[in-house]
Design a protein around this ligand. Structure first.
Ligand SMILES: [Zn+2]
Length: 140
């Protein structure tokens, strides 16, 4: 009699799974921050050396810098890219939040707002706090 049939459905993630999600988000933020940190000096170097400092202002030719000039610019450049990388990292960590909400009962999706109750009688939850369970997959 006790044959439980698990249906395709959304269930809340466990605390462990939520922690894994947070770690993943941290990792992405760190990766993007580092990418910014490295890309800014590389971009500036290529720009100043091969295209010139005026090129981006619409001049047809630019004033390219020598390696010595570029070398002298590097401390300031690294400072800027360091700050940019950190800001990018902090912003991503704080604001990279999925605000999509889902009703686990009927599967309706919506943007995050004050409405908590779905028309079907279910309650909306943040999508990233839920996971999909396939048919008859045993619960852990
Ligand atoms: Zn619903």
């Amino acid at each position: 009699m006790n044959l439980i049939k698990y249906e395709n459905m959304w269930i809340p993630k466990s605390d462990e799974e939520l922690k894994v999600d947070i770690k993943q988000k941290e990792k992405t933020a760190r990766y993007c921050g580092l990418l910014i940190f490295f890309l800014i000096p590389v971009f500036e170097l290529v720009q100043n050396k091969f295209f010139g400092t005026q090129a981006y202002r619409g001049a047809s030719f630019g004033l390219t810098l020598t390696w010595v000039q570029i070398f002298n610019m590097m401390p300031g450049m690294l400072f800027i890219s360091c700050i940019s990388g950190i800001l990018f990292y902090l912003a991503l960590r704080k604001y990279n939040i999925n605000t999509t909400q889902l009703c686990p009962k009927c599967g309706k999706l919506k943007r995050f707002n004050k409405v908590e109750n779905c028309e079907c009688g279910g309650k909306f939850r943040l999508l990233n706090e839920l996971k999909w369970i396939d048919n008859n997959e045993p619960e852990q």
